[in-house]
Design a protein around this ligand. Structure first.
Ligand code: N01
Length: 536
């Protein structure tokens, strides 16, 4: 039962990370009233919760921010090539404060239900602490990675040491000095944690099920001259970013590996490896993710680097990915990741053929061995993409929940709108572009803005994606995925295909056509008067 009913607003927004803040700006421009709910006690979203040691972006800092506020961008202190988590939070706080956004946000308030009323075409949203509010529009900015996946190991509660889930990290620093630490998981998160904790723990044991192609990030501080040059380059940076396949501030390689010989492949891959970060994939060969020979060469190149860096040959071999192509799982960025295994206090344990059986009061047990720890860190991923909204108890037409619908058929037109859920726009819903999130978010919020303006102009009270248009978008996502080599990674459980959570139906949960093509599809939809939506 609600304990308090808030006055009706035009739009309820859930989340105050990049998506929620950008939406506040949009709704202000449209002159719409709003109520924003945020579970955390500050802005930041993903960057509020993921405060584990070593957390930082792996997109260049000057494109991991908003383009809409040019003034803030041009005076912002981009300290490093990749922004550390506290600095991303600082940026988002600055955006919220500069634009006086906090007045719209109720912090420490978790939404626990949303119900569409077909008679009034309005949503009623409820919160865990007993608030209720009605609105015409419901816009969610929950991100792709808001629901942690923690494997249900028997005995997890019996552990007498400290245990942490990376995406629920405490605000107080955790001291690892003099302690025996376990990290479970070697995705992008695990790799960042391992590099940091390995430097301070008495001993770190890494439990790896699937090795990844960790690319060297080559992070560095940005000097005043680099910052000045950047500030003069606003248009160019964002032009490149919004047109780049993965929304990175890079040019396409304009080179096909299929057209060069093995020696040239090697030369260009070496240059990409030296440039660091995703330059290895996106500034080397434009066909790396679609051409088997090029991908094989790029994968083998990384394996050779691992064998050259890691001194113990057995450990190096365990770190070499051999069961999926590069790109078949999302490659993480490391800064001295492989070098970490040369430290005497760091041990790698493969649990691929010897899985973790249970957590014990003193540590954990695999099928063949038992280990003792003071601290266990779970870097075991997320119920990604569909998980956050499916967990919010959203009831659409006919009282069908979005969790039920997406368990069977996780499709959303242009990655924002699912048939059966009118007036609900999910920023970063399923089948949104798989690309660096802030530019995708800005694109999707602009799309929602055009759609809302169109609906208001038409006097429409109900806006719903048609089944046909959502189906066609979903099929396009399938077609693009199947034109790449990425499905070869399915056996290694990529989260972006919904394959990492036991019991979840794997499917094409993202659009891989690139941000530039996505923006063209958005423009076509808007310029055509939104034919994929029914307005009434
Ligand atoms: O999650 P993951 P993540 N026993 O799903 C392992 C973004 N991100 O949080 O691969 C043993 O990739 C699992 O093993 P396997 C980025 O988009 C961005 O690391 O399934 N291990 C895997 O190793 C990224 O891709 C940034 O065999 C188990 C790990 O847990 C996304 O978040 C930083 C297990 C989960 O890896 C997700 O990355 C961090 C089990 N029972 C994250 N169950 C930046 O921008 C799971 N695992 C820098």
């Amino acid at each position: 039962m609600p304990t308090q009913t808030l006055p009706e607003v035009d739009a309820v927004v859930v989340g105050a990370g990049f998506a929620g803040l950008r939406t506040i700006h949009l709704l202000r421009q449209l002159g719409l009233s709003m109520q924003v709910f945020e579970a955390g006690d500050d802005v930041g979203g993903t960057w509020y919760w993921n405060r584990y040691p070593g957390a930082r972006t792996d997109t260049e800092s000057w494109a991991y921010c908003f383009s809409f506020d040019r003034e803030l961008w041009q005076r912002w202190d981009f300290r490093e090539r990749y922004t550390a988590q506290p600095d991303v939070l600082e940026y988002l706080r600055a955006v919220a404060d500069k634009h006086d956004m906090r007045q719209h946000i109720r912090f420490s308030t978790r939404v626990d239900g949303a119900y569409f009323d077909e008679a009034t075409n309005r949503w009623t949203v409820t919160t865990e602490d007993g608030l209720q509010i009605t609105s015409r529009w419901l816009i969610t900015g929950l991100g792709w990675l808001g629901i942690a996946y923690k494997p249900p190991f028997p005995g997890a509660d019996s552990f007498e040491g400290e245990s942490y889930v990376t995406s629920q990290w405490p605000k107080e620093p955790v001291d690892f000095a003099g302690r025996r630490v376990a990290v479970i998981g070697t995705g992008a998160t695990g790799i960042q944690v391992i590099q940091s904790v390995g430097q301070v723990a008495e001993h770190l044991t890494v439990f790896q099920r699937t090795p990844n192609y960790a690319l060297p990030g080559r992070n560095h501080a940005l000097g005043p001259e680099q910052q000045q040059a950047l500030r003069r380059d606003f248009e160019n940076v964002w032009e490149k970013t919004f047109n780049h396949v993965f929304a990175f501030p890079m040019e396409p390689a304009n080179r096909l590996g299929a057209q060069v010989d093995d020696a040239e492949l090697e030369r260009v891959l070496e240059a990409g490896w030296e440039a660091g970060g995703f330059h290895y994939i996106f500034e080397t060969f434009d066909d790396m993710l679609v051409d088997q020979r090029v991908n094989d060469a790029a994968s083998e190149f990384v394996r050779r680097k691992i064998r050259a860096i890691v001194r113990d040959p057995a450990t190096a071999e365990l770190l070499c990915p051999k069961t999926h192509p590069i790109g078949g799982k999302r490659p993480p960025l490391g800064n001295f990741y492989y070098e970490t295994y040369n430290r005497p206090n760091v041990t790698l344990v493969s649990v691929r053929d010897d899985p973790i059986q249970e957590i014990t009061p003193t540590g954990l047990r695999t099928r063949t061995a038992e280990y003792e720890f003071d601290v266990i860190i779970y870097a075991t991923g997320f119920d990604a993409i569909t998980g956050p909204l499916a967990s919010m108890n959203v009831h659409g037409v006919g009282d069908r929940t979005i969790a039920e619908q997406w368990a069977q058929d996780p499709k959303a037109l242009l990655g924002i709108a699912s048939p059966g859920f009118p007036n609900l726009f999910a920023i970063l819903g399923p089948q949104a572009p798989f690309a660096s999130h802030p530019p995708v978010i800005e694109t999707q919020v602009e799309l929602i803005g055009k759609l809302l303006a169109h609906a208001i102009e038409q006097g429409a009270e109900r806006v719903e994606a048609t089944e046909e248009a959502a189906r066609a978008w979903s099929e396009q996502c399938d077609t693009i995925l199947n034109a790449t080599l990425l499905p070869q990674g399915m056996g290694d459980r990529p989260w972006f295909l919904g394959a990492n959570v036991p019991g979840k139906k794997p499917s094409t949960l993202c659009y891989l056509g690139g941000l530039g093509s996505y923006r063209a599809a958005v423009d076509k939809e808007a310029d055509g008067g939104f034919p994929g939506f029914t307005l009434s």
